[in-house]
Design a protein around this ligand. Structure first.
Ligand code: GLU
Length: 257
């Protein structure tokens, strides 16, 4: 199977804001292992700005866009260095792909980048994707990696998109409320589901359930199953691939042909 895995900043970091190496190592080990099983994997990883913040010893994220872009430039190097080191421990090479909105809007660029993805997968590498934060200004950027991961999944014709997140499923109410129950399977993304998805999530990442549901809308419409699972337990990826219940699955829409 071709699988896109999306991991957010809050899964990759400790509450201190520093990178959570144990977590990253677990995730890398699972990805390397499912590669050994024969799957192809693309990793969409956030965390550039958070990593840059910690590298530059800043207490909080600056409001100024240029400074955020500088953070992303520093942090992206740090992130890739860690992924490169950890994946090579398990015998795999990584390749960095930074995307921006133009790549999605301009067909020739989209084709070029899709070819690069395919070539990397043919070389058995793990493409690691993020938005090119240092060239994108707020008004024109994709803005969060949930949507980006859905677009990448459509580019490469993925079978599954697995979004690792800081809640363990999509709930029928606020996840913290005692009465709320997880919804294991969502066949159709309708207004009720959109309403339940509510607003944005934590202050570390930029996506909440709302962007996850819009991303699921894009990917399921392209015939891709989308799974939301608890990021701090990357072993759940095995359950998803084994067809066991884990988090929430948004079922792909039936394709007319
Ligand atoms: N591209 C941003 C970063 O790596 C994060 C976007 C997101 O959190 O979805 O810092």
């Amino acid at each position: 199977m071709k699988i896109v895995i999306k991991v957010g900043s809050s899964t990759l970091t400790h509450t201190s804001g520093k990178l959570d190496f144990r977590m990253i190592d677990r995730l890398v080990r699972v990805i390397a292992d499912i590669k050994n099983e024969g799957h192809q994997v693309v990793l969409v990883s956030s965390g550039a700005q958070v990593a840059g913040m910690s590298r530059l010893r800043l207490e909080r994220k600056p409001d100024d866009i240029t400074k955020k872009q500088a953070l992303a430039a520093v942090g992206q190097c740090e992130l890739m260095a860690i992924y490169d080191r950890f994946f090579s421990d398990y015998g795999y090479n990584v390749g960095q792909i930074l995307l921006n909105k133009q790549v999605i809007d301009i067909p020739a660029l989209k084709e070029n980048v899709t070819n690069t993805f395919n070539a990397l997968l043919d070389y058995d590498c793990i493409p690691i994707v993020n938005e090119n934060d240092s060239v994108e200004v707020e008004e024109i950027k994709i803005g969060e990696n949930d949507t980006l991961s859905a677009l990448v999944a459509t580019f490469i014709g993925a079978d599954k998109l697995i979004m690792l997140t800081d809640v363990d499923a999509f709930y029928d109410g606020a996840p913290d409320d005692e009465g709320s129950r997880p919804i294991p399977v969502i066949e159709t993304i309708d207004d009720r589901i959109r309403q339940l998805a509510g607003g944005a999530g934590s202050d570390k990442g930029t996506g909440g359930m709302f962007t996850k549901v819009s991303a699921a809308d894009i990917a399921t419409s392209a015939g891709i199953d989308v799974h939301i699972v608890y990021g701090k337990k990357p072993d759940l990826i095995y359950d998803v691939l084994d067809g066991k219940r884990a988090g929430t699955v948004f079922k792909k829409k039936k394709q007319e042909n």
